[in-house]
Design a protein around this ligand. Structure first.
Ligand code: S3P
Length: 435
Protein backbone atom coordinates (compact mmCIF):
# COMPACT_ATOMS: atom_id res chain seq x y z
CA UNK A 1 0.00 0.00 0.00
CA UNK A 2 1.39 3.39 -1.05
CA UNK A 3 0.36 6.54 0.82
CA UNK A 4 0.36 10.21 -0.18
CA UNK A 5 0.79 13.10 2.20
CA UNK A 6 -0.01 16.69 1.24
CA UNK A 7 1.23 20.13 2.18
CA UNK A 8 -0.46 21.44 5.35
CA UNK A 9 0.36 24.51 7.45
CA UNK A 10 -1.77 24.03 10.50
CA UNK A 11 -2.23 21.09 12.83
CA UNK A 12 -4.34 21.44 15.94
CA UNK A 13 -6.17 19.42 18.55
CA UNK A 14 -5.61 16.68 21.07
CA UNK A 15 -4.74 13.02 20.60
CA UNK A 16 -4.23 10.13 22.97
CA UNK A 17 -0.94 8.38 22.36
CA UNK A 18 -1.22 4.73 21.25
CA UNK A 19 0.12 2.12 23.71
CA UNK A 20 3.82 1.46 24.03
CA UNK A 21 5.02 -1.40 21.83
CA UNK A 22 8.00 -2.39 24.01
CA UNK A 23 5.92 -2.39 27.19
CA UNK A 24 2.95 -4.18 25.57
CA UNK A 25 5.24 -7.03 24.56
CA UNK A 26 6.96 -7.19 27.95
CA UNK A 27 3.71 -7.35 29.94
CA UNK A 28 2.45 -10.19 27.72
CA UNK A 29 5.58 -12.21 28.42
CA UNK A 30 6.09 -11.41 32.10
CA UNK A 31 2.32 -11.42 32.76
CA UNK A 32 2.05 -14.95 31.31
CA UNK A 33 4.83 -16.09 33.61
CA UNK A 34 2.95 -14.77 36.67
CA UNK A 35 0.19 -17.23 35.86
CA UNK A 36 -2.79 -15.32 37.22
CA UNK A 37 -5.74 -13.42 35.75
CA UNK A 38 -4.61 -9.99 34.51
CA UNK A 39 -6.43 -7.33 32.52
CA UNK A 40 -4.13 -5.14 30.45
CA UNK A 41 -5.36 -1.65 29.54
CA UNK A 42 -3.76 0.58 26.90
CA UNK A 43 -2.27 -2.42 25.05
CA UNK A 44 -0.95 -1.64 21.57
CA UNK A 45 -3.17 -3.61 19.21
CA UNK A 46 -0.65 -3.79 16.37
CA UNK A 47 1.05 -6.57 14.42
CA UNK A 48 4.22 -6.80 16.56
CA UNK A 49 2.58 -7.24 19.98
CA UNK A 50 -0.05 -9.46 18.37
CA UNK A 51 2.58 -11.86 17.01
CA UNK A 52 4.16 -12.05 20.47
CA UNK A 53 0.70 -12.82 21.90
CA UNK A 54 0.07 -15.63 19.39
CA UNK A 55 3.51 -17.13 20.07
CA UNK A 56 2.85 -17.14 23.83
CA UNK A 57 -0.55 -18.80 23.31
CA UNK A 58 1.20 -21.44 21.21
CA UNK A 59 3.38 -22.16 24.27
CA UNK A 60 0.30 -22.67 26.43
CA UNK A 61 -0.48 -19.15 27.66
CA UNK A 62 -4.10 -18.08 27.60
CA UNK A 63 -4.26 -14.51 26.32
CA UNK A 64 -7.36 -12.98 24.73
CA UNK A 65 -8.08 -9.59 23.22
CA UNK A 66 -11.50 -8.00 23.47
CA UNK A 67 -12.09 -4.39 22.41
CA UNK A 68 -8.57 -3.24 23.27
CA UNK A 69 -8.55 -4.91 26.68
CA UNK A 70 -6.21 -7.86 26.80
CA UNK A 71 -6.84 -10.59 29.35
CA UNK A 72 -4.27 -13.07 30.50
CA UNK A 73 -5.85 -16.04 32.28
CA UNK A 74 -4.44 -18.44 34.81
CA UNK A 75 -3.00 -21.55 33.11
CA UNK A 76 -3.85 -24.96 34.48
CA UNK A 77 -0.79 -26.51 32.80
CA UNK A 78 2.87 -25.44 32.59
CA UNK A 79 4.23 -23.95 29.36
CA UNK A 80 4.92 -26.71 26.82
CA UNK A 81 6.55 -27.32 23.43
CA UNK A 82 4.56 -25.44 20.77
CA UNK A 83 2.64 -27.40 18.13
CA UNK A 84 4.19 -25.33 15.31
CA UNK A 85 6.92 -22.79 14.59
CA UNK A 86 6.54 -19.53 16.50
CA UNK A 87 6.15 -16.82 13.85
CA UNK A 88 7.26 -13.43 15.17
CA UNK A 89 6.53 -11.67 11.87
CA UNK A 90 8.47 -8.41 11.75
CA UNK A 91 9.15 -8.13 15.47
CA UNK A 92 12.77 -8.10 16.61
CA UNK A 93 11.62 -7.49 20.18
CA UNK A 94 9.26 -10.48 20.03
CA UNK A 95 11.91 -12.81 18.63
CA UNK A 96 14.79 -11.74 20.89
CA UNK A 97 12.79 -11.49 24.12
CA UNK A 98 11.00 -14.79 23.53
CA UNK A 99 14.26 -16.57 22.70
CA UNK A 100 15.47 -15.65 26.19
CA UNK A 101 12.16 -16.35 27.90
CA UNK A 102 11.77 -19.80 26.27
CA UNK A 103 15.41 -20.65 27.04
CA UNK A 104 14.60 -20.46 30.73
CA UNK A 105 11.54 -22.71 30.46
CA UNK A 106 13.18 -25.97 29.41
CA UNK A 107 11.04 -26.39 26.35
CA UNK A 108 11.95 -26.80 22.71
CA UNK A 109 10.78 -24.32 20.09
CA UNK A 110 11.70 -22.86 16.72
CA UNK A 111 11.24 -19.14 16.12
CA UNK A 112 10.78 -17.76 12.62
CA UNK A 113 10.08 -14.31 11.16
CA UNK A 114 9.31 -12.45 7.95
CA UNK A 115 11.90 -11.60 5.30
CA UNK A 116 13.20 -8.53 7.17
CA UNK A 117 13.39 -10.27 10.56
CA UNK A 118 15.13 -13.27 8.97
CA UNK A 119 17.94 -10.95 7.85
CA UNK A 120 18.55 -9.45 11.30
CA UNK A 121 21.38 -10.53 13.63
CA UNK A 122 20.34 -13.01 16.31
CA UNK A 123 23.82 -14.07 17.53
CA UNK A 124 23.67 -11.10 19.89
CA UNK A 125 21.15 -13.08 21.98
CA UNK A 126 22.06 -16.63 21.00
CA UNK A 127 25.77 -16.27 21.92
CA UNK A 128 25.23 -15.12 25.53
CA UNK A 129 22.36 -17.60 25.99
CA UNK A 130 24.76 -20.33 24.86
CA UNK A 131 27.28 -19.10 27.44
CA UNK A 132 24.45 -19.29 29.96
CA UNK A 133 24.11 -23.02 29.18
CA UNK A 134 21.62 -23.32 26.34
CA UNK A 135 21.91 -25.29 23.14
CA UNK A 136 20.50 -23.18 20.33
CA UNK A 137 21.00 -23.44 16.58
CA UNK A 138 20.49 -20.70 13.98
CA UNK A 139 20.90 -20.16 10.29
CA UNK A 140 24.40 -18.58 10.47
CA UNK A 141 23.40 -16.29 13.32
CA UNK A 142 19.97 -15.49 11.85
CA UNK A 143 16.46 -16.91 12.19
CA UNK A 144 15.14 -19.60 12.29
CA UNK A 145 16.28 -19.95 15.90
CA UNK A 146 15.93 -23.48 17.22
CA UNK A 147 16.02 -23.82 21.01
CA UNK A 148 17.13 -27.37 21.63
CA UNK A 149 18.12 -27.98 25.24
CA UNK A 150 20.46 -27.16 28.12
CA UNK A 151 19.84 -25.35 31.39
CA UNK A 152 20.33 -21.70 32.29
CA UNK A 153 23.16 -21.16 34.78
CA UNK A 154 22.72 -19.29 38.01
CA UNK A 155 24.64 -16.06 38.75
CA UNK A 156 25.70 -15.50 35.13
CA UNK A 157 27.60 -12.24 34.61
CA UNK A 158 27.66 -10.46 31.28
CA UNK A 159 29.08 -7.19 29.95
CA UNK A 160 27.06 -6.03 26.97
CA UNK A 161 29.22 -5.67 23.84
CA UNK A 162 26.52 -3.60 22.09
CA UNK A 163 23.91 -1.18 23.36
CA UNK A 164 20.72 -3.22 23.10
CA UNK A 165 17.72 -3.33 25.42
CA UNK A 166 16.47 -6.34 23.49
CA UNK A 167 19.61 -8.34 24.33
CA UNK A 168 19.62 -7.17 27.95
CA UNK A 169 15.93 -8.07 28.31
CA UNK A 170 16.35 -11.44 26.60
CA UNK A 171 19.01 -12.49 29.14
CA UNK A 172 17.01 -11.13 32.08
CA UNK A 173 13.93 -13.04 30.90
CA UNK A 174 15.97 -16.26 30.59
CA UNK A 175 17.05 -15.82 34.21
CA UNK A 176 13.58 -14.86 35.35
CA UNK A 177 11.78 -17.78 33.69
CA UNK A 178 14.40 -20.28 34.92
CA UNK A 179 14.37 -18.89 38.46
CA UNK A 180 18.02 -17.78 38.44
CA UNK A 181 19.99 -14.63 39.17
CA UNK A 182 21.99 -12.58 36.66
CA UNK A 183 24.28 -9.55 36.65
CA UNK A 184 24.45 -7.48 33.44
CA UNK A 185 26.65 -4.45 32.86
CA UNK A 186 25.76 -2.09 30.06
CA UNK A 187 28.45 0.47 29.14
CA UNK A 188 25.78 2.47 27.27
CA UNK A 189 22.46 2.87 29.01
CA UNK A 190 19.48 1.47 27.08
CA UNK A 191 15.74 1.46 27.71
CA UNK A 192 14.91 -0.10 31.07
CA UNK A 193 11.25 -1.16 30.72
CA UNK A 194 12.05 -4.77 31.71
CA UNK A 195 13.80 -3.67 34.91
CA UNK A 196 10.96 -1.26 35.73
CA UNK A 197 8.32 -3.94 35.20
CA UNK A 198 10.11 -6.53 37.35
CA UNK A 199 10.58 -3.89 40.05
CA UNK A 200 6.87 -2.98 39.80
CA UNK A 201 6.03 -6.65 40.37
CA UNK A 202 8.12 -6.73 43.54
CA UNK A 203 11.13 -8.50 42.01
CA UNK A 204 14.62 -7.79 43.27
CA UNK A 205 16.50 -5.48 40.90
CA UNK A 206 19.59 -3.66 42.15
CA UNK A 207 21.06 -1.03 39.85
CA UNK A 208 24.42 0.65 40.32
CA UNK A 209 26.22 3.12 38.09
CA UNK A 210 30.00 3.51 37.76
CA UNK A 211 32.56 4.62 35.18
CA UNK A 212 32.01 1.23 33.51
CA UNK A 213 28.33 1.98 33.00
CA UNK A 214 25.22 0.59 34.61
CA UNK A 215 25.12 -2.78 36.36
CA UNK A 216 21.78 -4.51 36.83
CA UNK A 217 21.57 -7.32 39.35
CA UNK A 218 18.39 -9.35 38.98
CA UNK A 219 18.10 -11.64 41.95
CA UNK A 220 15.90 -14.71 41.79
CA UNK A 221 12.82 -13.70 43.75
CA UNK A 222 9.12 -14.32 43.55
CA UNK A 223 7.09 -11.74 41.62
CA UNK A 224 3.74 -10.55 42.97
CA UNK A 225 0.57 -11.43 41.16
CA UNK A 226 -1.42 -8.48 39.82
CA UNK A 227 -4.94 -8.15 38.47
CA UNK A 228 -4.50 -5.14 36.18
CA UNK A 229 -1.71 -3.42 34.28
CA UNK A 230 -1.87 -0.15 32.35
CA UNK A 231 0.45 0.41 29.40
CA UNK A 232 1.55 4.05 28.94
CA UNK A 233 1.61 5.68 25.49
CA UNK A 234 4.45 4.98 23.08
CA UNK A 235 6.98 7.82 22.95
CA UNK A 236 8.23 6.54 19.59
CA UNK A 237 4.76 7.00 18.07
CA UNK A 238 4.35 10.39 19.77
CA UNK A 239 7.64 11.43 18.12
CA UNK A 240 5.94 11.57 14.68
CA UNK A 241 3.21 13.84 16.01
CA UNK A 242 5.74 16.03 17.85
CA UNK A 243 7.89 16.57 14.75
CA UNK A 244 4.81 17.13 12.56
CA UNK A 245 3.69 19.97 14.84
CA UNK A 246 7.21 21.43 15.06
CA UNK A 247 7.96 21.60 11.32
CA UNK A 248 4.53 22.78 10.18
CA UNK A 249 4.02 26.53 10.17
CA UNK A 250 1.15 27.26 12.48
CA UNK A 251 0.42 24.34 14.76
CA UNK A 252 -0.37 23.53 18.35
CA UNK A 253 -1.19 19.99 19.45
CA UNK A 254 -1.50 18.11 22.69
CA UNK A 255 -0.53 14.43 22.96
CA UNK A 256 -1.96 12.77 26.02
CA UNK A 257 -0.54 9.96 28.14
CA UNK A 258 2.91 9.70 26.56
CA UNK A 259 5.52 7.45 28.19
CA UNK A 260 8.38 9.68 29.35
CA UNK A 261 10.87 7.11 30.62
CA UNK A 262 14.25 8.92 30.39
CA UNK A 263 15.95 5.94 28.72
CA UNK A 264 13.38 6.21 25.97
CA UNK A 265 12.50 9.85 25.43
CA UNK A 266 15.94 11.29 24.60
CA UNK A 267 14.40 12.93 21.53
CA UNK A 268 12.74 15.49 23.82
CA UNK A 269 16.15 16.58 25.12
CA UNK A 270 17.52 16.75 21.56
CA UNK A 271 14.56 18.75 20.23
CA UNK A 272 14.66 21.18 23.17
CA UNK A 273 18.34 21.82 22.35
CA UNK A 274 17.17 22.46 18.77
CA UNK A 275 14.91 25.24 20.07
CA UNK A 276 11.65 23.30 20.00
CA UNK A 277 8.62 24.75 21.76
CA UNK A 278 7.57 21.72 23.82
CA UNK A 279 5.92 21.68 27.22
CA UNK A 280 5.20 18.69 29.41
CA UNK A 281 2.19 18.86 31.70
CA UNK A 282 0.23 16.49 33.95
CA UNK A 283 3.28 14.39 34.79
CA UNK A 284 2.48 11.18 36.58
CA UNK A 285 3.66 7.60 37.03
CA UNK A 286 1.72 4.61 35.72
CA UNK A 287 2.86 1.09 36.65
CA UNK A 288 6.34 2.42 37.51
CA UNK A 289 6.69 4.27 34.17
CA UNK A 290 6.84 8.09 33.94
CA UNK A 291 4.25 9.61 31.67
CA UNK A 292 2.58 12.92 30.94
CA UNK A 293 0.91 15.08 28.31
CA UNK A 294 3.01 16.91 25.72
CA UNK A 295 2.08 20.28 24.19
CA UNK A 296 3.97 21.11 20.99
CA UNK A 297 3.92 24.31 18.96
CA UNK A 298 5.45 25.10 15.55
CA UNK A 299 9.09 26.11 16.03
CA UNK A 300 12.03 27.34 14.00
CA UNK A 301 14.44 24.53 14.83
CA UNK A 302 18.22 24.93 14.89
CA UNK A 303 20.69 22.24 13.88
CA UNK A 304 22.86 20.69 16.62
CA UNK A 305 25.59 18.15 17.14
CA UNK A 306 23.64 15.28 18.74
CA UNK A 307 25.60 13.94 21.76
CA UNK A 308 26.87 10.38 21.25
CA UNK A 309 25.73 9.23 24.69
CA UNK A 310 22.06 9.89 23.89
CA UNK A 311 21.97 7.73 20.74
CA UNK A 312 20.67 4.53 22.49
CA UNK A 313 17.85 6.63 23.96
CA UNK A 314 16.74 7.99 20.56
CA UNK A 315 17.52 4.84 18.58
CA UNK A 316 14.05 4.47 17.04
CA UNK A 317 13.59 8.21 16.54
CA UNK A 318 16.58 8.95 14.29
CA UNK A 319 14.59 8.76 11.00
CA UNK A 320 12.02 11.30 12.26
CA UNK A 321 14.79 13.40 13.87
CA UNK A 322 16.37 13.49 10.41
CA UNK A 323 13.14 14.94 9.03
CA UNK A 324 13.13 17.57 11.81
CA UNK A 325 16.78 18.36 10.98
CA UNK A 326 15.84 18.80 7.31
CA UNK A 327 13.85 21.91 8.27
CA UNK A 328 16.21 23.23 10.94
CA UNK A 329 18.51 26.19 10.43
CA UNK A 330 22.06 24.94 9.94
CA UNK A 331 23.59 21.53 10.30
CA UNK A 332 22.61 18.55 12.46
CA UNK A 333 25.24 15.90 13.10
CA UNK A 334 24.25 12.37 14.13
CA UNK A 335 27.10 9.90 14.74
CA UNK A 336 27.67 6.65 16.60
CA UNK A 337 24.41 5.23 15.26
CA UNK A 338 25.56 2.22 13.22
CA UNK A 339 22.98 0.05 15.05
CA UNK A 340 20.47 1.65 12.68
CA UNK A 341 21.84 -0.51 9.90
CA UNK A 342 20.34 -3.65 11.50
CA UNK A 343 16.84 -2.43 12.28
CA UNK A 344 13.73 -3.34 10.23
CA UNK A 345 15.72 -1.87 7.31
CA UNK A 346 19.16 -0.29 7.08
CA UNK A 347 17.74 2.93 8.44
CA UNK A 348 20.80 5.05 7.70
CA UNK A 349 20.63 4.10 4.02
CA UNK A 350 16.81 4.32 3.90
CA UNK A 351 16.79 7.76 5.54
CA UNK A 352 19.55 9.00 3.26
CA UNK A 353 17.64 7.80 0.16
CA UNK A 354 14.50 9.63 1.34
CA UNK A 355 16.44 12.83 2.07
CA UNK A 356 18.01 12.58 -1.38
CA UNK A 357 14.59 12.36 -3.02
CA UNK A 358 13.57 15.44 -1.01
CA UNK A 359 16.72 17.26 -2.23
CA UNK A 360 18.00 17.75 1.31
CA UNK A 361 21.77 18.22 1.30
CA UNK A 362 23.32 15.64 3.57
CA UNK A 363 26.22 13.23 4.00
CA UNK A 364 25.66 9.58 4.75
CA UNK A 365 28.38 8.40 7.15
CA UNK A 366 29.23 4.86 8.12
CA UNK A 367 27.66 5.51 11.55
CA UNK A 368 25.35 8.44 11.01
CA UNK A 369 24.16 11.40 8.96
CA UNK A 370 25.09 15.05 8.63
CA UNK A 371 22.03 16.98 7.52
CA UNK A 372 21.90 20.55 6.21
CA UNK A 373 18.45 21.98 6.86
CA UNK A 374 16.43 24.23 4.57
CA UNK A 375 13.74 26.85 5.26
CA UNK A 376 12.01 26.18 1.94
CA UNK A 377 9.10 23.91 1.26
CA UNK A 378 10.19 21.06 -0.96
CA UNK A 379 9.41 20.09 -4.48
CA UNK A 380 9.44 16.30 -4.45
CA UNK A 381 9.07 14.72 -7.87
CA UNK A 382 9.79 11.07 -7.19
CA UNK A 383 8.21 8.54 -4.87
CA UNK A 384 10.02 7.82 -1.60
CA UNK A 385 10.85 4.21 -0.83
CA UNK A 386 9.96 2.99 2.70
CA UNK A 387 12.11 -0.15 2.39
CA UNK A 388 9.17 -1.94 4.06
CA UNK A 389 10.02 -0.14 7.33
CA UNK A 390 7.26 1.46 9.41
CA UNK A 391 9.42 4.22 10.89
CA UNK A 392 10.83 5.22 7.49
CA UNK A 393 7.33 5.30 5.96
CA UNK A 394 5.86 7.46 8.76
CA UNK A 395 8.87 9.81 8.85
CA UNK A 396 8.61 10.73 5.17
CA UNK A 397 4.82 11.03 5.28
CA UNK A 398 5.36 13.66 8.01
CA UNK A 399 7.90 15.41 5.76
CA UNK A 400 5.07 15.75 3.21
CA UNK A 401 3.69 18.58 5.37
CA UNK A 402 6.49 20.74 4.05
CA UNK A 403 6.20 19.67 0.42
CA UNK A 404 4.83 21.90 -2.33
CA UNK A 405 2.92 19.20 -4.19
CA UNK A 406 2.77 16.35 -1.71
CA UNK A 407 4.87 13.27 -1.32
CA UNK A 408 4.12 9.65 -2.19
CA UNK A 409 5.69 6.96 0.03
CA UNK A 410 5.83 3.44 -1.32
CA UNK A 411 4.90 0.28 0.60
CA UNK A 412 3.47 1.67 3.83
CA UNK A 413 1.68 -1.47 5.03
CA UNK A 414 4.40 -2.05 7.64
CA UNK A 415 2.95 0.90 9.63
CA UNK A 416 0.54 -1.75 10.96
CA UNK A 417 3.37 -3.21 13.06
CA UNK A 418 3.55 -0.24 15.43
CA UNK A 419 0.95 2.50 14.74
CA UNK A 420 -2.10 1.10 12.91
CA UNK A 421 -4.10 4.34 13.30
CA UNK A 422 -1.27 6.58 12.09
CA UNK A 423 -3.06 8.15 9.08
CA UNK A 424 -6.35 8.55 10.95
CA UNK A 425 -4.62 10.13 13.96
CA UNK A 426 -2.59 12.54 11.83
CA UNK A 427 -5.61 13.42 9.66
CA UNK A 428 -7.69 14.17 12.77
CA UNK A 429 -5.05 16.77 13.65
CA UNK A 430 -5.35 18.31 10.16
CA UNK A 431 -2.95 16.34 7.99
CA UNK A 432 -4.02 14.99 4.62
CA UNK A 433 -2.67 11.46 4.22
CA UNK A 434 -4.47 9.09 1.86
CA UNK A 435 -3.94 6.15 -0.49
C1 S3P B 1 13.45 -2.35 21.79
C2 S3P B 1 14.76 -2.00 21.80
C3 S3P B 1 15.44 -1.35 20.67
C4 S3P B 1 14.45 -0.74 19.69
C5 S3P B 1 13.31 -1.64 19.38
C6 S3P B 1 12.56 -2.04 20.64
C7 S3P B 1 12.88 -3.05 22.95
O1 S3P B 1 16.20 -2.32 19.97
O2 S3P B 1 15.11 -0.37 18.51
O3 S3P B 1 12.41 -1.01 18.49
O4 S3P B 1 11.65 -3.20 23.05
O5 S3P B 1 13.68 -3.47 23.80
P1 S3P B 1 17.70 -2.69 20.46
O6 S3P B 1 17.58 -3.05 21.85
O7 S3P B 1 18.11 -3.84 19.61
O8 S3P B 1 18.49 -1.45 20.18
Amino acid sequence: MNLESHSINELSGEVTCPGDKSISQRILIIGSLLNCDIKIYGFLDAEDPNSTMLALNNLGASIKKDKNIVSISHRSKPFSNPSSFLDLGNSGTGMRLLTGFISGLNIEATLIGDESLSMRPMSRVVDPLTLMGKEISTNSGKAPIQIIGGNIKDNFEYVMPIASAQVKSSLMLASLSSGNSIKITEPKITRDHTEKMIEYLGGSIEVSESSEGKTIFLKNSKLSKISTYEVVGDFSSAAFIIVAALISKNSEVMIKNVGLNKTRSGLLEVLLKMNANIEIVNKTKTCNEDCGDIIVKSSQLEGINVPNSIIPNIIDEIPILSVAASFAEGQTIIKNASELKVKESDRLHATSMGLKTMNIKHDLLDDGLIINGTQDDLEIHEEIESFGDHRIAMSFLIAGLRSKNGVKVRDCSNIETSFPNFSKTMNNLGMNINE
